[in-house]
Design a protein around this ligand. Structure first.
Ligand SMILES: Cc1cc2nc3c(=O)[nH]c(=O)nc-3n(C[C@H](O)[C@H](O)[C@H](O)COP(=O)(O)OP(=O)(O)OC[C@H]3O[C@@H](n4cnc5c(N)ncnc54)[C@H](O)[C@@H]3O)c2cc1C
Ligand code: FES
Ligand code: FES
Length: 1364
């Protein structure tokens, strides 16, 4: 077929097989915006808008008419510009399958492996996997067994390495993905709803939803588009300002036009991923799309190297670099490709160009990996300005003036190994060595490096050792404008034989050279990384040659060098190199019980398949009503200031802005109220004065969300701080100024025993030790969102993603000054809450309602991630001072704590913090326990409940004290834990009234069982051996118990049976992903089956739980505190009991008449005979048993890399007591997900503010939640069924929050590893091996860990060798 060279003015593409043709479009529109606002395909979710989460991933397919081939790639639709999808086909998760046409096996396996909780990340995950499957099928690998794909397990895991999930902890997602892999071992796949115990691998495979190769099922590129793409390829739509030059000449003309300086603002674009980092808020007159200029996408390989066109994507460059040339592969290219695979994530690399990356590095000082790596190998670039081409070394290019907008990066040339070696005119028998390095918070899951490096050296053996004839050392991304060559160090090494002294001299020079610019975070750490990497590179060569000659192995052959390096690499302890799988096998042990069938069964989560296909409707998926407006908050950046004015440079309001709402718009009779808890309220908008940075000042309402966001960002706020005094920004200042929130006495915990007496009994004392803890952000994948729709007669319906519709209801009514019966708040599902949508979602809903009320138009909002992070508040930071007395054996006799909690500006739920904290702190028998806890009011955003609020901090504090005691006494920390374990009597004393029966105290049993199942003692010994034999990696292991009280609260329920026998249920609890609806369904089926008639075994399928509606079911309360599922279940059980009682006489009658009764007939008859088939209840727990204790324990093992500070969680074994779990699969999901969120808190997540308290960790670039590559490599969880608990709901116990506390074991294991590192460091420095107390901060990020292991550990090591 001939390709017609013509242009088209319309944009034509396909989405899920449907054709779209647009005659005009705003060129700044992203594909995501288009899909979400102009199509019905809402599976594509917005979560970060910066390429950092994967929620928006779609499959983008292009057709090459010349080759007749379709290319399919996952891309992030939030960064892809609509103009660039011309001629392309897009497949979203709905396109893979759906509830009507049948789900795709990907959806089914995600559901069956319990891999979807809230479901917000799931469609993106499914498409990422689908893309990997499609591309694996295109390879010429052997045909896989029936039902599997050509994908490998490693590729399956890697497919989702850049996708974030805040709920599941990834393990089940990895299983769902790996279930497609050709090399999967069925034994390695975890709990699922497909298999039964003891089945063979063949049967297991046959039970998985059948996969027959993606191509058979889905056409990713429709035929009609193949025909059309002959003409639509070259869109040139003048009215849209989107230009697609087809040749370099056309492009040159456009650039020349630009040079003529007619004042138009134009932008060259390819993948547009750069806007993920440099949020492009500027409007351009002209977009010049580079993708159709074929010369720019060429890859040419010859004997000198490889020339990569500027628009070659990073993914394609990786493939090209790995390709063999004339039957040989190039080690250097391979290593560059391996490094490139760590850049961003697959769905970014698929659209990000090499040229775009280098231009960003050159012009915007982007911390590029590519620039550093290519600098080390002496690459050159081809720059085109007008018709002039200029060849520059990459170094010259980077150092030159910023590339102006008239110039183009044409290509980059990377010399191959042979060419470099020739250039080096090396010694005979010399060998070229090349390595690249990067240290980043996540090994593969999308994180910019703290520093990257690439080194090349030409080396050969000589009689005295390894001679380095030439060396090139490049370092970048460490807080420098451009990557640099460490020339002084190069000169020092080149021409010399590598010795310890030379290496020491070189690392000293590198340390002096690699100095981050002012303002860079962790500068000393970054410099130390440079030293570490150089050491890592050269150390295997130091003294090697000499050793070999000494051993009589003369002759400098390549093979010998190979062997030397291999030996050194094997024996040394620098760590693994290469593509190991992220996760090794994991075990999940759950016991399902049939006593209350189907309660107790691990059934699939309700709605999981529609979550996977993207059909599940979240608030922002509700189609906008006619005339709908969109809101965005203008927030304060000052902690304490008078608001003089909120204004715009342009007057009147910016385009598309309908109004700017502030406290002045609150109607007469209404109140400026934004939140409410039992402890007080918070303003909706600051009035004349702002009292914290991040406070809501006003609400811009505009025609679209984008316009509202831009307008909110463009608002100019004038502040005046005169005579206002200083804000309170620290807890110390709060104490000085007595700024506290009152804690009601009934919530203040009670002290235990007599502290002075306990101290008097102590043989040792630690006095006034301090701990500080920071905050944590929720990072729910769905940011805060609401839609308010005015209704007749001054009523308002508000759809909101929140955990407390009842409270929002009251606040909205009070704000608008109208009766509560005029308000209806509806919540169907929440895309992750973790406490952040309990209180903090209310002002969002209220602001929409206020604007809708004023403007009489629907108003909605979907907060962008940055604003969400700035306003969210998050976990409570705190300062703890403790004094502890203890005996020589480690038994603690007394503990006193002074705790200052930073609660921020409003009370929110903060007064519960003392009670929560003490609840988990009492997990050990402290002898006597006294405390003074102050909830400080400060000029910060209000801190709120975040999963296990206060409890996780307290669990940490308890362990920190235990660690401190153990270190002081130099005894094993596990021994100290054992000495301070509660007996049942001491438990009863500390947890007066809620310890339950002695048989319910399962912690000692769990503790011992865990020691056995995790081979704790054996592993301690193995770790000791490992640590003795390894200088640069140290392992640590730790076993930690938890006790976590929870309280069950009053909750309503309503169950109605419809004529056809189907059942509809309403509960107070909200489905947040925690499986509440699933348990409620199980309970309904169980409780109704008490009627004992035929057909009740199918009841589960007949039950539907519907959205929460604050008018339909009042007194819904909060979904928080881990117990709402069981409370909702109990409320439903009460309803069902009523219905069973009402149906029983009829059933008896029918049975007498007919012999047996079928459910459907019974219900039909009941309707005919006017039996009331709707029952409501309000479950009020018995005051004496509403609080109970949860138990669990964890053993975690970590490995710390002493060169980089990286901590790898090698293994975690958890045992958790769920009582008699209502759904072990759901509870397992809660346990794993909570644990991984805890790892985030303890190890990764830094929620930082500036000196004014304004949050500066405001997106996925700086805030790193765990990804699949940072969870435990081996993750074993056992859900213990501890039998009957009379006072619990069907003997079940909570699972939502307590397991988060178990993650402290990872932190403690890290301490253990660091202790070993410090011991070694001291021995290197010839210091006595006495105890030096240290504290490991939370989060224990790489810089923090490295600092404790010694920023100068390499130097000290070398010094020691030199001094021998
Ligand atoms: C989430 C995420 C994570 C990332 N992580 C990393 C990382 O770890 N390491 C790393 O090195 N990089 C990383 N990147 C950067 C990424 O590699 C670049 O964004 C990408 O390569 C830019 O290519 P693009 O085609 O999308 O450029 P675009 O966004 O289209 O363009 C970027 C800029 O370059 C200009 N431009 C593009 N091509 C040319 C050209 N040929 N000549 C002149 N000007 C041009 C554009 O006008 C624009 O100003 C990450 C990016 C994202 C979004
Ligand atoms: S929304 Fe696109 S990657 Fe996060
Ligand atoms: S299920 Fe992944 S974010 Fe909720």
């Amino acid at each position: 077929m001939d390709q017609t060279e013509s242009t088209a003015s319309n944009l034509i593409f396909a989405v899920n097989g449907a054709r779209f043709e647009l005659s005009s479009f705003d060129p700044s529109t992203t594909l995501l915006e288009f899909l979400r606002t102009r199509t019905r395909f809402k599976s594509v979710k917005l979560s970060c808008g910066e390429g950092g989460c994967g929620a928006c991933v779609v499959l983008l397919s292009k057709y090459d008419p010349t080759l007749g081939q379709v290319e399919d790639h996952a891309v992030s639709s939030c960064l892809t510009l609509l103009g660039s999808v011309n001629g392309c086909s897009i497949t979203t998760s709905e396109g893979l399958g759906n509830s009507k046409d049948g789900f795709h096996p990907i959806h089914q396996r995600f559901a069956g492996f319990h891999a979807s909780q809230c479901g917000f990340c799931t469609p993106g995950m499914c498409v990422s996997l689908f893309s990997a499957l499609v591309n694996a099928e295109k390879t010429n690998r052997p045909e896989p067994p029936l039902g599997l794909s050509k994908l490998t397990t490693w590729e399956a895991e890697k497919a989702i390495a850049g996708n974030l999930c805040r709920c599941t902890g990834y393990r089940p997602i990895a299983d769902a993905c790996k279930s497609f892999a050709a090399n999967v071992d069925m034994e390695d796949l975890g709990i699922n709803s497909f298999w039964r115990k003891g089945e063979t691998d063949e049967v297991k495979l046959s039970r998985l939803p059948f996969y027959s190769g993606p191509k058979n099922q889905i056409c990713t590129y429709p035929e009609f588009l193949k025909g059309e793409c002959q003409t639509v390829m070259h869109l040139d739509s003048k009215q849209n300002s989107w230009h697609c030059p087809r040749t370099i000449e056309e492009l040159q003309s456009m650039l020349e036009l630009h040079m003529a300086g007619n004042g138009t603002r134009s932008k060259l674009v390819f993948g547009n991923t750069g806007t993920g980092y440099y949020k492009d808020e500027q409007d351009y007159d002209k977009y010049i799309d580079l993708r159709h200029v074929s010369q720019l996408s060429l890859i040419r390989r010859d004997h000198a190297g490889i020339e990569i066109g500027a628009t070659v994507t990073i993914s394609k460059a990786i493939l090209a670099l790995k390709e063999e040339f004339k039957g040989e592969s190039d080690m250097l290219f391979h290593k560059i490709a391996d490094h490139m695979e760590k850049i961003a994530s697959g769905f970014v690399r698929n659209s990000a160009s090499v040229g775009g990356n280098l231009v960003m590095a050159q012009r915007n000082y982007f911390p590029s990996d590519i620039a550093t790596v290519l600098l080390a190998v002496g690459s050159t670039v081809n720059i085109m300005t007008g018709r002039r081409h200029e060849k520059l070394s990459l170094e010259e290019f980077l150092a030159g003036p910023p590339l102006d907008s008239r110039s183009l990066l044409f290509s980059v040339h990377i010399p191959c190994m042979g060419a470099i070696q020739n250039g080096f005119s090396a010694e005979t028998g010399s060998r070229l060595l090349f390595e690249t390095y990067r240290a980043a918070p996540r090994p593969l899951g999308n994180a910019l490096p703290f520093l990257n490096a690439a080194f090349m050296a030409d080396v050969s053996f000589s009689k005295t050792g390894v001679l380095v004839s030439k060396i090139q050392l490049a370092f970048g991304a460490y807080g420098t404008k451009h990557p640099i060559r460490a020339r002084k160090a190069e000169e020092c090494i080149a021409g010399n034989v590598l010795t310890v002294a030379l290496l020491y001299e070189a690392v000293t020079l590198v340390r002096e050279t690699v100095i981050p610019e002012d303002g860079t975070s962790r500068p000393a750490y970054r410099s130390s990384l440079a030293v570490s990497f150089l050491f890592r590179f050269l150390w295997p060569l130091v003294d090697s040659g000499a050793q070999i000659f000494k051993d009589g192995l003369d002759g400098c052959t390549d093979a010998l060098m190979e062997r030397t390096l291999a030996l050194k690499n094997d024996n040394n302890d620098f760590g693994r190199i290469g593509n190991l799988e992220f996760l090794s096998s994991a075990k999940q042990l759950v016991e399902s019980s049939r006593e209350y069938n189907p309660v107790g069964e691990p059934i699939t989560k309700s709605g999981a398949a529609i979550q996977a296909s993207g059909e599940a409707v979240f608030v922002d998926d509700i189609p906008s009503p006619t005339d709908c407006l969109h809101g965005a908050f203008i927030y304060s950046t000052k902690p304490l200031a008078r608001i003089k004015d909120v204004n715009y440079k342009s007057d009147p309001l910016p385009d598309g802005v309908a109004d700017v709402i502030s406290f002045r718009d609150i109607p007469g009779g209404g109140e400026n109220i934004g939140t409410k808890s039992i402890f007080g309220t918070e303003l909706l908008f600051a009035d004349d004065c702002t009292t914290y940075a991040g406070q809501r000042l006003a609400f811009v309402v505009a025609e679209t969300q984008k316009r509202a966001d831009v307008a909110a960002g463009a608002a100019v706020v004038s502040y005046d701080t005169e005579s206002l005094g200083s804000p309170i920004l620290t807890v110390e200042e709060a104490v000085e100024r007595s700024s506290f929130f009152e804690v009601p006495s009934f919530l203040y915990p009670t002290q235990v025993g007599d502290f002075s007496k306990g101290m008097a009994e102590a043989e040792h004392k630690i006095l006034s030790a301090e701990i500080k803890l920071g905050s944590q952000y929720y990072f729910y994948m769905e940011t805060q969102t609401a839609l308010a729709v005015p209704d007749e007669d001054n009523c308002m319906v508000v759809y909101s993603s929140l955990q407390s519709p009842e409270n929002a209801h009251t606040v909205i009514a009070r704000c608008l000054g109208i009766p509560e019966h005029n308000i209806r708040v509806i919540t169907r599902r929440v895309g992750g809450g973790f406490g952040g949508k309990a209180i903090r979602a209310i002002p969002v809903a209220t602001a929409c309602a206020l604007a809708a009320h004023k403007l009489r138009r629907p108003v909605r909002i979907y907060l962008n991630r940055k604003t969400d992070m700035i306003m969210a508040g998050g976990r409570h930071p705190m300062k703890i001072t403790y004094s502890v007395g203890f005996k020589s054996n480690g038994k603690i006799t007394a503990l006193h704590l002074d705790i200052l909690i930073n609660a921020g500006i409003s009370a929110d739920i903060s007064p519960i913090m003392p009670r929560n904290m003490l609840g988990t702190l009492k997990k050990y028998d402290w002898g006597a326990l006294s405390f003074d806890i102050k909830v400080c009011k400060t000029n910060h955003s209000s801190k709120s409940a975040m999963r296990a609020p206060g409890e996780v901090q307290a669990s940490f504090i308890a362990e920190a004290i235990i660690e401190h005691v153990a270190s002081t006494l130099s005894i094993d920390v596990d021994v100290v834990r054992n000495h301070n374990f509660h007996s049942f009597d001491s438990l009863n004393l500390f947890y007066e009234g809620c310890a339950g029966e002695p048989t319910e105290y399962t912690l000692p049993f769990i503790w011992d069982k865990l020691a056995m199942s995790s081979s704790f003692d054996q592993r301690i010994q193995m770790i000791k051996c490992f640590n003795t034999g390894n200088s640069w990696r140290k392992k640590g292991i730790s076993r930690v118990p938890i006790v976590h009280p929870v309280q069950i609260r009053a909750t309503p329920g309503k169950v109605s049976i419809l004529k056809d026998g189907s059942v509809v249920v309403e509960v107070g609890g909200i489905e947040l992903g925690q499986g509440l609806w699933t348990k409620v369904k199980q309970m309904t089926a169980f409780a109704l089956s008490a009627i004992q008639c035929h057909g009740t075994d199918e009841l589960l399928e007949k039950v539907r739980v519907i959205q929460a509606d604050s008018l339909s079911l009042i007194q819904g309360g909060f979904t928080a505190g881990s117990t709402t599922s069981e409370a909702s279940c109990e409320a439903v059980r009460l309803c069902c009991n009523i219905l069973v009682e009402r149906l029983a006489p009829l059933k008896r009658k029918l049975q007498e008449q007919m012999g047996s009764v079928v459910w459907d007939i019974l219900i039909l008859q009941a309707h005919l005979q006017a039996v009331n088939l709707s029952a409501s209840s309000y479950f009020v727990p018995d005051f004496t048993s509403m609080e109970y204790l949860n138990y669990g324990a964890a053993v975690s093992e970590v490995e710390v890399n002493l060169l980089t500070g990286e901590t790898t969680v090698l293994r975690a074994d958890l045992i958790y007591d769920c009582g008699q779990s209502m759904n072990p699969a759901v509870d397992l999901g809660q346990i794993e997900g909570a644990f991984v969120q805890g790892i985030g808190f303890f190890m990764l997540e830094e929620y930082l503010t500036n000196s004014d308290g304004l949050v500066v960790s405001e997106g996925t670039w700086t805030y790193k939640i765990p990804t699949i590559d940072t969870i435990p490599k081996q993750f074993n969880v056992e859900v213990v069924n501890s039998g009957h608990h009379q006072k619990r709901v069907l003997s079940s116990k909570a699972s939502g929050e307590p397991p988060l506390l178990l993650a402290v074991s990872v932190h403690c294991a890290t301490i253990a590893a660091i202790k070993e590192a410090r011991k070694q460091l001291r021995s290197w420095s010839a210091l006595e091996e006495s105890y030096l107390p240290f504290q490991l901060e939370v989060p224990a990020t790489m810089p923090v860990v490295k600092e404790l292991c010694g920023l100068d550990n390499v130097d000290r090591y070398l010094q020691r060798l030199l001094s021998r």
